[in-house]
Ligand binder design. Sequence first.
Ligand code: SAH
Length: 244
Amino acid sequence: MNKLKLLFRAPVILIILSAFFSLIGIGSAMPVDLSADNRKYMVLNQIESRGIKDRNVLNAMENVLRHEFVPGEIRELAYEDRPLPIGYGQTISQPYIVALMTELLKLDKESRVLEVGTGSGYQAAVLSEIAKEVYTVEIIKPLYEEASETLKDLGYTNIKTSHKDGYFGWEEHSPYDAIIVTCASEFIPPPLITQLKLGGVMCIPVGPPFKVQQLVLVKKEKDGDIKTNIITFVRFVPLTRTGD
Ligand code: SAH
């Protein structure tokens, strides 16, 4: 190659090199955000591949910035196929379980949902992408405060949070089209059945604390009859009571 050709090619090579370095994050102050790709990959490989079909659920899982809901030190693990610790002995569920429970609730844009166990706020955010209103309650005050802050910072305006014992639901806004309990209870709390609309559904892990539990889908029929279906086996942190 003669010198003249090299001279003409130099700027082109420089542009390519600088694009490459900025892509891998060298030389730019901003970290590269690969989270959208991570979410696409997560939805494809962990969620669709296991049989979740509801387009609204898949879109919600792709939209919600899961990494914003996990502690900074483990943020790079946010899109892995596993639950993660969120402090105070609690966990954010594995993405697939979040998607499965959300799909079971059969939400639409008119739905009003109650969640027991706000934790990080992630499940509430996923619900709120589909439903009209989400009410979520958390028994551990610092978690309630952190989740409320995260949800506010991310601009979720259709989620209301409260610091209370979810065993009693949140009567003020009842009845609900759907209830999701993200902590395991040894039995279905009767106040939650009362606060479910006729025709409504509830998804709840039922079983002993710190052991395998059954994920139960509860349907309150139009005539008030209660039907239950065991969906799968899960391991959730326990539903605790005030003063536990
Ligand atoms: N849905 C959460 C994960 C929840 S972990 C998320 O997306 O991150 C279960 C949560 O239930 C914990 O935060 C725990 O403190 C809360 N919890 C346990 N017992 C409760 C009760 N009686 N009322 C409300 N929240 C409760």
